[in-house]
Structures are given as structure tokens and as C-alpha cells.
Write a protein that binds this ligand. Structure first.
Ligand code: FES
Ligand SMILES: [Fe+2]
Length: 422
């Protein structure tokens, strides 16, 4: 449980708030690379800031404030020209840094334009995403998360619109796998983890703080005494990495944790909405995009808006709940999770909750975030941005495994134990 003041601190990212200052110290995705055409500026809203994203003459992304500083027209309707973005209303032109370059409605001798410095943020592309740095001072290096360093062809990236605050992300919650995501028809399941999650619904959880955030172990005891261990990572300030569904078509390539993993990056649109960037990363070369696209094809419309929404009660099917799925909203984990977190309300009031032993990873995650907010408020670098750690992602491990009785569970992945990957 949090006090309402703590909840506010955790969930607010508008400019000038403590949480907003903290989040702005990190690079954040602002679009999928594939969404941003060469010739069409794109309106985006990030952490309650209305911005326009466009590609410059070299095809590089640029992000500036959307409202024209002259008399406020929306610049996303503007003309893209080799020098920058031209406002339709009176023709002012802005460079990718926000500098006003031309004011054709002013006298030719005027130097007024030199004094108009519109807001502009550094931008780059990595892993199939357009990233922006919206914080103070010089931008830090792009975080050395493997999918951001690899060729974009190694990742499948998409995003899901969520009508709730970004902190409601539930990827490090281990016990919900034994309920919300259960499939009664084993033919619908991807691999054996569904069966393991049924066998033990109250996993033991252990957490370790890491240079990137938090590593959480969930340990389920199976019928024969073996342990099913699954690692989930919270990466500061708003990302999770974990073993997900198979990243290649299991009919073509046997699922193997070494092949890659999934990441969810929850980016505030404002305090009551967020984009969940869904990333599947292959560590072994180009991913099978056709397979990944096919899995996700029926979940969203052509604007990436989910088909199942609160308005249509997520098309929940009571008949399906009897024989096929626990949730009644199909087999997509994305839809099941979205129903859970959106139904908590636009900004979940954590003064209402009652946390148990099963909720340990979320409790630890909040502590790390609060520490990060305090670090920024007191002028220290928060996790990942500290200069004394060469690569905070050296020990980013995503793995699930079956471990024999008696073998230590924590740190199994570095102990050289012979594992049976489920
Ligand atoms: S409002 Fe943009 S140039 Fe006038
Ligand atoms: Fe989930």
C-alpha cells in the first residue's frame, strides 16, 4: 500500500513534477521507426507534452514542440522542406533543434527569427524505435540493452495503446501467470509453462537489485519436486525483460531461451494513458517477422488501437471461460494484461491495495523507483546513468529453467548447473 502522496509521486510525469524530472533523464521511445514516413510529420504526445516528429532532409528523426510559437498553429500540419518544418499559417520555418530559420511574413531586415528558439529534443533510432531525450543537459548514451545495439532486423517491435497510467505495467508480477493467462485447452498453449503455472499458483519470489534495476526470480514447485524458475527483469525506469512466447515459429525452430527474449517498454502519453512498446528480440540474427506479425495480427486495428476495449467489455466470452481460457478474452497475453491493468482505473489508487507475499517484486520495484526519483531530486545520477558502472546490462539475464531438487535457485544461471530448459 502507498499513501496517496507516494502514489502521485510514482505516477506523475508531467513537466515539472518529480516523477517527470526522473523519467526525463532517460531516453524514451516516441514512435516505431516504421510509423514515421519521410514526408509526413507525425503528432505525438509524450509525458503530457504535445510534440511533432518528422524526418529531416537526411531522413533522421527530429522532435519539436507541436504548437507554433508564433500564434499557435499545430505544426504537424506543416510543410516538410529541406531546411526544416514550415508552419502553414504564416510560413515560419523551424529546424530540428527548434531554431526558427525563416519568418517570411516579417520585414526582410528583421532579426526577430534569431530570438525564437522553439523547444526541440535530441532524437535517434535504434532497434526499430525512434528514441528521444527530453531531459536537461547533454543526452546520455543510448542504453546498452542488446536489442538497441543490434541490427533493427533482429527485433520485432509494435505498440499497444493503453487507457491507464504507465506504472500499472504488470510484467514482473509472477503469480498472475497462474490465473489471468491460464489456458485450459493445452493445445492453445505455447510450450509447457502453462502446465507449470497450474501446478503451483503461489510461487516463491526472490529479488536482487542490479545495476539496471531489479532481477526477480519466481520459483514454482512441480509435482515431482523439481523447481520451475523464471527470471523477470525490471529495467529502470519503465521497461521489463523476460522470457516470453517463442520468438521463432516453434514448428521451424525448437524454442530456446538462448535465442532471445521479450521486452515491454511502457511510455506515458500522459498520466492516464500510455503506449506499451512490445519488443521481441532475437540474439541469433534476423527475427521471423512474418511469424511475429501473424501472432499479433488480430489484436489491433490499422491505427494500432486494440480491438478488445473496456467499451465492448473486451469481448469477454463466458462460454470460452468454461473450457478454453481462464479470462474469456482469447489467448493473447497482451489483451489479458490490458484488461487487468485498464480495469484498475486511469490512475490506480494504491492506497486502496493490500499487498501479500506474492507481490514482493512490485514492492521492490517501487523502492528502486522512489530511490531513483530521490537521486534526481538530490542531484545524483539514478541507476543506469551512473558513470562508475561500465555496462549496467552485463548481467541482464532472461531465462526459465527446470532445476532438480536441492540445487540452489538464486544465481543458478551463473553456477554452471546443467539445466533442462522447459
Ligand atoms: S502560427 Fe505558425 S507561422 Fe503563424
Ligand atoms: Fe501478464
Amino acid at each position: 500500500m502507498l499513501t496517496q502522496a507516494q502514489n502521485k509521486l510514482l505516477t506523475e510525469t508531467t513537466p515539472g513534477t518529480a516523477g517527470g524530472d526522473f523519467m526525463r533523464r532517460y531516453w524514451q521511445p516516441v514512435a516505431l521507426s516504421a510509423e514515421l514516413d519521410l514526408d509526413t510529420p507525425m503528432p505525438v504526445r509524450v509525458m503530457s507534452e504535445n510534440l511533432v516528429l518528422f524526418r529531416d532532409a537526411d531522413g533522421k528523426p527530429a522532435l519539436i514542440e507541436r504548437r507554433c510559437p508564433h500564434r499557435g498553429m499545430d505544426l504537424s500540419y506543416g510543410r516538410l522542406e529541406p531546411g526544416g518544418l514550415r508552419c502553414l499559417y504564416h510560413g515560419w520555418v523551424f529546424s530540428k533543434t527548434g531554431q526558427c530559420l525563416e519568418q517570411p511574413n516579417e520585414p526582410a531586415s528583421s532579426t526577430f527569427k534569431d530570438r525564437i528558439k522553439h523547444k526541440g529534443y535530441p532524437c535517434t533510432e535504434a532497434g526499430g524505435l525512434v528514441l528521444a531525450y527530453m531531459g536537461p543537459g547533454e543526452a546520455p548514451p543510448i542504453p546498452a540493452i542488446p536489442f538497441l545495439l543490434a541490427d533493427a532486423a533482429n527485433s520485432s517491435v509494435t505498440k499497444r495503446y493503453h487507457e491507464c497510467n504507465f506504472v500499472q505495467a504488470n510484467d514482473i508480477d509472477p503469480s498472475h501467470l497462474s490465473f489471468l493467462h491460464l489456458l485450459f485447452d493445452s493445445k492453445l498453449a505455447n510450450g509447457p509453462s502453462n502446465q507449470y503455472n497450474i501446478q503451483d499458483s503461489s510461487p516463491e519470489t526472490m529479488c536482487e537489485e542490479t545495476p539496471f534495476g531489479l532481477r526477480a526470480y519466481s520459483v514454482r514447485t512441480l509435482k515431482d519436486g523439481e523447481k520451475y524458475v523464471r527470471l523477470t527483469n525490471f529495467i529502470m525506469p519503465n521497461m521489463q525483460a523476460f522470457v516470453g512466447a517463442p520468438i521463432f515459429n516453434p514448428r521451424v525452430r525448437r524454442p530456446n531461451d538462448e535465442d532471445g527474449y521479450s521486452l515491454h517498454w511502457h511510455v506515458p502519453i500522459d498520466d492516464e494513458h500510455h503506449w506499451k512498446y512490445v519488443i521481441h528480440y532475437s540474439a541469433v540474427g534476423p527475427i521471423d517477422h512474418e511469424y511475429q506479425d501473424a501472432i499479433q495480427a488480430n489484436e489491433v486495428d490499422d491505427q494500432l488501437r486494440p480491438v478488445r476495449t473496456a467499451e465492448n467489455r473486451y469481448l469477454q466470452d463466458r462460454q470460452e471461460m468454461k473450457t478454453r481460457t481462464y479470462s474469456g478474452v482469447g489467448t493473447s497475453f497482451q489483451d489479458q494484461d490490458r484488461m487487468a491493468v485498464e480495469s484498475q482505473g486511469p490512475i490506480y489508487d494504491r492506497s486502496f491495495e493490500h499487498l501479500g507475499v506474492a507481490d514482493k517484486p512490485m514492492i521492490e520495484q517501487r523502492k528502486i523507483i522512489f530511490q531513483g526519483i530521490q537521486d534526481v531530486q538530490e542531484g545524483r545520477d539514478p541507476l543506469i546513468l551512473r558513470k562508475d558502472v561500465a555496462n549496467p546490462f552485463d548481467e541482464l539475464i532472461t531465462r526459465s529453467a527446470i532445476i532438480a531438487p536441492g540445487v540452489p535457485v538464486q544465481g543458478f544461471w551463473r553456477s554452471g548447473v546443467e539445466l533442462v530448459t522447459p
